[in-house]
Design a protein around this ligand. Sequence first.
Ligand code: C2E
Ligand code: MG
Ligand code: MG
Ligand code: MG
Length: 292
Amino acid sequence: NVKRRTDLRMGFFDAAMSFAVTERMTLERSVKDALRSGQFELFYQPQVRLSDYALIGAEALIRWRHPELGIITPDKFIPVAEETGLIVPLGTWVLHQACDQLRRWNDLGLTGLRLGVNISGRQFREADLADIVADCIAESGVSPGDLDLELTESMLMTDGEGTLKLLRSLAKLGVTLSIDDFGTGYSSLAYLKRFPVDTVKIDRAFVRDLDQDEDGRVLVNAIISLAHSLSLKTIAEGVETESQASLLARHGCDEIQGYMIGRPMPVADFAEFAKSYCPRGPEKATVLRAGQ
Ligand code: C2E
Ligand code: MG
Ligand code: MG
Ligand code: MG
C-alpha cells in the first residue's frame, strides 16, 4: 500500500508533467511559486572515508516538498528548471541554503564536514557563479574548503578558455571541485589534467557492475588508477552492498557514498545520523565477529 500510494503520486505527477509539455508555463510557474513559498528543501546523504569509515562529508540533494504531491525528486523538475532558466535562481538558493546549513552544523560542533553541492550546466555558463559562491561563503562564514562543487564532464568540455577562467576563480575562493557521474560523459580526459579539479565521483553504473563481472572491476580499477596518477581523490557513488565497498577499498578508492551508509535524508535526520554514527565497515565488522 505504501508502494501503491507512491505509484498514484507518481501517476498524478506524470500527468502534471505531460500537461506541462503542452503548457510548459504551468510547471515553470509552479517551480517559481514553489521557490518563492519555500517548498524546496535540501536532503543530505552521508559520505565516508574507506580507510576507517569516518564520516567526512555529505552531498546536498534537492527535494520539492509539494503540498499535495509530497516529496518530488529532482529528476522530475531539474530538467524543466534547466530549460526555462529557473535553475539559475534555484541553484543560487541551493548554494545559500547549503552554506547556511554548514554554518549551523559548525555552530552545533559538527565541524570538518565537507558539503557537496550540485551545479547545473546553465548555472555554470550563465550565472556569475564565482561571485555567487563568494557571497555565500562570506555571508555564512563557513570555511571555503568545506564546500565542494560538483560539476559534470559536459560542462568542462565546452568553451575552453572561459571554462578555465571560471574554474580558476572558483579554485581561488578555496572551494574544491568534483567531477560528478565520472565516466558517463565525453571520453576526452584531457580536461582532467588541464583544470583545477580535486575529486572524481565514480558513477554508480560502474559501482553496480562491480559485483557482476571481472570487466566491471577492471573499469573501476582503471578509473581509480587514472585519478590517482593525476593526484585526484576518488569517491564512489551508489554503494549499496558491503561487497561493493570491500572491492572499492581493495582498489584503493578513497571515499564512498550510497544506501549502504545512508540514504539522502532531511536535515533533522542527518543531524541525528551524524551524532549516532559509528564507523564500521565490512573489514571492521569481520574483525568484531572474529573477536567475539
Ligand atoms: P547525483 O548528483 O549524481 O546524485 C546522486 C544520486 O544518486 C541521488 O539521486 C541519490 O539519491 C542517488 N543515490 C545515492 N546513493 C544511492 C544508492 O546507493 N543507490 C541508488 N540507486 N541511488 C543512490 P537524487 O537525489 O534523485 O538526485 C538525482 C540528480 O539530480 C543528482 O544526481 C543531480 O544530478 C541532480 N540534483 C540533485 N540536487 C540538485 C541540485 O541541488 N542542483 C542541481 N543542479 N542538480 C541537483
Ligand atoms: Mg552529485
Ligand atoms: Mg553523481
Ligand atoms: Mg549519478
